[in-house]
Design a protein around this ligand. Structure first.
Ligand code: HEM
Length: 409
């Protein structure tokens, strides 16, 4: 059994030119540099270029840290079956002068996470940082440790973090130093509840509206048969949900002018209040058109989203109005329904019905693009799209400076 063997001086010299170490990400259980030291633990005489690059990084960044190497009896290399290596190391300086016997697990992030009892939050952090590093050309070498509790007995593994490994030409990682993400609460519970009621209402109104437009059930080709009150039920659901949706829309309008939550106020929807706003809109458009590399960062909605949502709110208002016009046609018993039905007398009932139907297809087009962009924001950018409308928060890198919020701490 080997203890700590000091590094031979030669290992601090030139290494494999293609492999670099770009820093470390630690979950904070061990102080900085220790994760790097643990990642560098390897079998004596290893010719692996990653091991050699790690040895150079330790010699450069943590000259105080001895580089432990163990003999092959204490080293179990990674294999296709388990994509991590296991190394038993004695008297490792985990914290300060305290030395412990530990087993170090090093390898693929997903494989190491699967062997450790890592919380959902930490998993999110690790994956976010790994994806961010990979986007800059770096790969994570994950590190976990387990205490040696007795002769041939090892405790549970604890995830510690990872080291960024670059293979081939790599650009330096931006914001070098400890990288992290912050979860920022943005959408209030009432806004989220309204959003999902809207989804249910638009879905129900679309299904029932489509059947009113084209009643595909019942006899075909003009044959007559008794279909009972089927269409009556469909229309009743359409009207009931339609009126509930109008009430919900009215509460949204009231909130836009009275709410203390700035994300619910009307000025959050309108992006063209100053010259600076117009400039931001141009930059966002340039980014979406793949002309500009970077777009200004917004915590809430960016100017293009603001314009889109303003248009969607207006479209919904028009849909409600034309719905009331059609409804008013059957109930012209008082001045209100007479007034509501007036547009149909001006432009004709077929036009209002066509318009009401075309607006439905416009809303569908918006929903398709909206869902695509939300899933994309969740999975590719790891910023939070659909998840933000469930838990109310988005992820931003620490130190990020959104133009509509203070620096993220
Ligand atoms: C997302 C919202 C909505 C969608 C997608 C939608 C869709 C439709 C569609 C496709 C039709 C059939 C048009 C035709 O061919 O005659 C229709 C009819 C109708 N809608 Fe809507 N609608 C919506 C909201 C509303 C609202 C808020 C009201 C008002 C309460 C309303 C009231 C009506 C009425 C009265 C009819 C005519 C029913 C009939 O003639 O039997 N709709 N709707």
């Amino acid at each position: 059994m080997a203890g700590i063997v000091p590094l031979p001086a030669a290992t601090a010299g030139p290494t494999h030119p293609e492999v670099h170490v770009g820093g470390e990400f630690t979950l904070g259980r061990l102080s900085e540099g220790v994760v790097l030291g643990l990642a560098a633990v390897t079998c004596v005489g290893s010719q692996d270029p990653v091991d050699q690059a790690l040895a150079v990084a330790v010699a450069k960044d943590r000259p105080d840290l001895e580089k432990p190497q163990v003999d092959s009896a204490d080293f179990d290399p990674a294999s296709p079956k388990h994509r991590y290596s296991l190394t038993m190391v004695r008297y490792f300086p985990l914290e300060g002068d305290d030395r412990s016997d530990v087993v170090v697990m090093r390898g693929s992030l997903e494989a190491v996470m699967a062997e450790t009892n890592v919380s959902r939050k930490d998993k999110g952090l690790l994956r976010r940082n790994a994806v961010w590093a990979q986007a800059h050309g770096w790969r994570p070498l994950a590190v976990a440790t387990a205490p040696v509790t007795g002769r041939d007995q090892v405790g549970p593994f604890t995830m510690q973090g990872f080291v960024y490994i670059g293979i081939g030409p790599t650009k330096p990682l931006p914001n070098s130093g400890p990288s992290n993400w912050a979860w920022v609460q943005v959408w209030s519970a009432s806004l989220r509840v309204q959003h999902w009621i809207n989804v249910a209402a638009v879905f129900t109104l679309s299904c029932t509206g489509y059947i009113i437009m084209d009643p595909f059930f019942g006899p075909a080709g003009g044959q007559s048969a008794d279909v009972g009150f089927q269409m009556g039920w469909v229309r009743m659901v359409h009207f009931t949900v339609g009126f509930l949706w109008i009430v919900l829309g009215l509460t949204r309008v009231v909130a836009a002018f009275t709410s203390r939550d700035r994300h619910q106020r009307w000025n959050e929807w309108w992006p063209l209040k100053s010259k600076q706003d117009v400039k931001y809109l141009g930059e966002v458009l340039g980014h979406y058109a793949l002309i500009k590399n970077h777009a200004p960062l917004f915590l809430g909605h960016n100017p293009l989203q603001q314009l889109t949502y303003t248009a969607v709110y207006l479209a919904c208002g028009v849909q409600m109005f034309t719905g009331l016009t059609l409804f008013g046609l059957y109930h012209q018993t008082n001045w209100f329904w007479e007034l509501m039905a007036t547009p149909a007398h001006w432009v004709g009932i077929p036009f209002i019905r066509l318009f009401h139907t075309m607006m439905m297809f416009c809303l569908w087009a918006f929903v398709i693009v909206h869902v695509y962009l939300a899933v994309r924001a969740d999975s590719l950018e790891r910023h939070g799209g659909i998840s933000s409308m469930i838990n109310g928060g988005v992820w931003l890198r620490q130190g990020a400076k959104p133009v509509d919020a203070p620096e993220i701490g």
